[in-house]
Design a protein around this ligand. Structure first.
Ligand code: PGA
Length: 248
């Protein structure tokens, strides 16, 4: 894997946006897997800037988001639907019919998950999957212990993740207990992975992901097996890496 260490959050975000923009320019009808969370926000702001300033064209891009809380309607301000439209999609010229985000209100969740997997295949597979990482090493909502071959499915959120996300809700009781998430196996089928992390709170998870043994206890470690994975981090998140990495 390619480890790229940038000075700070702004530089990390700019580099991530540059990679996405490069793909969109090279392949206007590419398929991008988007992620939510605080980490990619700066990168999304930069993509919006590139759209406004340089006319970066998303009209032919197909998108698939990683995950969504079960039980939250799309209009809920903590749903990942809402997040993606507020923080990226409504500011660029993405075609709404090409946007896919798991449906937290799906009546038959199992059938929905199968449909989602089928849509990814029908779209030709994901060219570039953006990933954040949890402090506990989760990718999407594949919590520690998730099968490394898993597909899109419903998952119970760990207490650690619920506590980490409680800041966005009125109280713990309101934090959803379940989510629909692409599986680790689904993620690994993307042609390229771009995992972002910033801040000291992610240093342990990054150390495990880049230099630790591959284990379901830290699902992100599986990216070591991907042929084209980039781990794009700031200095604080890189603080516990033992080897030195040049990045670019
Ligand atoms: P964060 O979340 O970007 O808000 O830190 C990342 C994740 O939990 O995957």
């Amino acid at each position: 894997m390619l480890v790229v260490i940038k000075k700070d959050y702004e530089e990390m975000s700019r580099e991530g946006a540059k990679q996405i923009a490069g793909l969109v320019r090279k392949k206007p009808d590419c398929v991008i897997g988007f992620a939510t969370g605080s980490t990619p926000l700066g990168m999304y702001r930069e993509l919006i800037r590139l759209h406004n300033a340089e006319g970066l064209d998303f009209s032919k891009v197909t998108t698939f988001n990683l995950d969504e809380y079960v039980g939250l309607p799309p209009a809920h301000d903590q749903s990942y639907h809402y997040f993606m439209w507020e923080n990226l999609f409504k500011h660029i010229n993405v075609n709404p019919s090409k946007v896919h985000i798991p449906m937290g209100m799906a009546e038959d969740i199992e059938a929905f998950c199968e449909w989602y997997e089928r849509k990814i295949v029908e779209a030709g597979g994901i060219d570039l999957q953006i990933l954040g990482i949890g402090a506990n090493g989760h990718i999407a909502f594949n919590e520690p212990g998730s099968s490394l071959g898993s597909r899109t499915r419903i998952k119970t959120l760990s207490e650690k993740t619920r506590k980490d996300n409680a800041r966005f809700f009125k109280n713990m009781a309101e934090v959803p207990k379940y989510a629909i998430t692409m599986g680790v196996g689904t993620i690994m089928e993307a042609r390229q992975l771009l995992l972002l992390a910033n801040g000291a709170g992610k240093a342990d998870a990054i150390s495990a992901t880049v230099e630790g043994p591959i284990t379901a206890k830290c699902p992100a470690t599986i990216v070591q097996l991907h042929r084209y994975a980039t781990v794009l981090i700031d200095k604080a998140a890189a603080a516990k890496l033992e080897s030195s990495y040049n990045g670019f």
